[in-house]
Design a protein around this ligand. Structure first.
Ligand SMILES: Cc1cc2nc3c(=O)[nH]c(=O)nc-3n(C[C@H](O)[C@H](O)[C@H](O)COP(=O)(O)OP(=O)(O)OC[C@H]3O[C@@H](n4cnc5c(N)ncnc54)[C@H](O)[C@@H]3O)c2cc1C
Length: 424
């Protein structure tokens, strides 16, 4: 589609949602010379982008639904504090999503999903760098690698397809065993005997500050932030005229929906009933920890990531299906502390009140592990950029570039067909 004829390609663009994806999108749109307003109903960077594990991992091309995942689910569900839980009352709502999730896990489909994720996650650190540099906050992102650890050869062998998918997509890694692993990362327990090191991966030491700092630079450069909830779109046929918000209507001739797990209603109003749900996740943050790794570590069996943050040691993970309204189950967060002590024997057995904070957030999850990036069916002036599940921070900057390309009418740097809202 050609850019709006109204003002030599300069458009008034509203970006709905001030998380990692929305803020990156707004920043790239501003660089294109548009008049950009970022609409956020809460605090900037306080959605899922607040409390994630901070990983900027090109290696995350492996989808969540894999051949064999289904067979593991009963085992996970028996343990109420295991890596996966479903609130049973939510099951009828979730069932169609789950059916799609299972269907997405065939060999052929996971190979296609990994291929699609490759350009979105490619050099994630490098994709964020221009925005972070421009904001004067280079220390916020680091490229120190990422370590995945296993207790047994059997556990490692169980992930063979994931490593094959990575190899197929150009991701390199080194396997470290026993002494080599323990010397590389002295903080971990010797119960872990195998480590897989991805040298090219990066991380942020504070995802919330990363998003806020980039948003502050956006404002300094002339972008506007509106504290309001977007309620719907004002249209004349297929042409966008504005955004309806709880603070009144604002004019816009283009828009990007980047409202994370809350994007479904907005997309449905434009004719795209996308199967977006949420995988809720938790973290605990230990301030001033006795020990910490020097790079993010994924415990592949217990399925949580420990990341050294500027605010302490963050242990983040778990998947809980319970929708957007159910209250958090803080036992799931507290259990991460138990798992953390297994990985890092140097952590204290007890922490006094105030040393450990807990958080729950909503991953915006699609059943095929691919986000939605494309134009709205009934209104091509609106682009979608949501549904990034476990990789929204890592993919945020490249998604922002792609969304800006859609608004400008430029060909995106990679094929967006796998991310089409109409693919279901
Ligand atoms: C425990 C955990 C660990 C994770 N670890 C990683 C990791 O290491 N690496 C990684 O890449 N990803 C990770 N993720 C996933 C990542 O956090 C998300 O994919 C990402 O934050 C999604 O960003 P977003 O901008 O789409 O959504 P959000 O950050 O949720 O932002 C959406 C924003 O839209 C606003 N909003 C919603 N509706 C409206 C409306 N109608 N009007 C105005 N504003 C609205 C919300 O208030 C919110 O601020 C993790 C997630 C969890 C839960």
């Amino acid at each position: 589609m050609a850019s709006s004829p109204r003002t030599n390609g300069r458009r008034t663009v509203a970006v709905i949602g001030g998380g990692a994806v929305g803020v990156a999108t707004a920043s790239f749109l501003l660089r294109d010379g548009h008049d950009v307003v970022l609409i956020e109903r809460g605090g900037i960077g306080e959605g899922a982008s607040f409390g994630n594990a901070g990983c900027l991992n090109p290696s995350s091309v492996v989808p969540m639904s894999m051949p064999g995942t289904l067979a593991k689910v009963p085992g996970y569900l028996i343990d109420p504090l295991g890596p996966l839980s479903i609130r049973w009352r939510y099951l009828p709502t979730l069932a169609p999503w789950l059916a799609r999730f299972v269907r997405a896990g065939t060999r052929a489909r996971v190979e296609a999903q990994a291929r699609a994720l490759k350009p979105l996650l490619y050099d994630s650190y490098g994709a964020w760098l221009p925005l972070v540099r421009h904001a004067g906050a280079e220390g916020l992102i680091l490229r120190q690698g990422h370590l995945v650890v296993y207790r047994t050869e059997q556990d490692f062998a169980g992930d063979a397809l994931g490593y094959q998918l990575r190899r197929d997509n150009g991701i390199t890694f080194d396997v470290l065993r026993e002494d080599e692993l323990w010397q590389f990362e002295p903080s971990i327990s010797h119960d872990y005997t195998i480590g897989v090191l991805f040298q090219q991966n990066g991380h942020t030491v504070n995802p919330n500050r990363l998003v806020r700092t980039v948003a502050e630079a956006f404002q300094r450069d002339g972008g506007r932030i509106l504290a309001a909830e977007a309620k719907g779109f004002l249209r004349e046929g297929a042409t966008l005229r504005g955004i309806e918000t709880d603070a009144g209507a604002i004019p816009a001739d283009a828009a990007v929906v980047a409202a994370g797990a809350h994007s479904r209603r907005l997309a449905t109003s434009l004719g795209d009933d996308v199967p977006l749900d949420t995988e809720r996740g938790y973290h605990v943050l230990i301030a001033d920890p006795e020990t910490a790794p020097r790079l993010p570590i994924l415990d592949a069996s217990a399925k949580f990531v420990s990341t050294p943050m500027e605010t302490g040691l963050r242990l983040a993970g778990t998947v809980e299906f319970a929708g957007l309204d159910a209250p958090p189950n803080w036992q799931r967060a507290d259990y991460l502390l138990t798992l953390g002590r297994r990985l890092f024997p140097g952590l204290a057995a007890h922490y006094p009140e105030g040393r450990v904070s807990r958080w729950m957030g909503f991953r915006p999850s699609m059943p095929d592990s691919l986000p939605v990036i494309g134009r709205a069916s009934q209104c091509p002036d609106v682009a979608y950029a949501f549904g990034h599940g476990h990789v929204g921070l890592a993919a945020g900057a490249r998604t922002g570039q792609a969304a800006a390309d859609l608004i400008a009418g430029r060909a995106p740097a990679f094929d967006l067909t796998p991310f089409a809202p109409t693919r279901f």
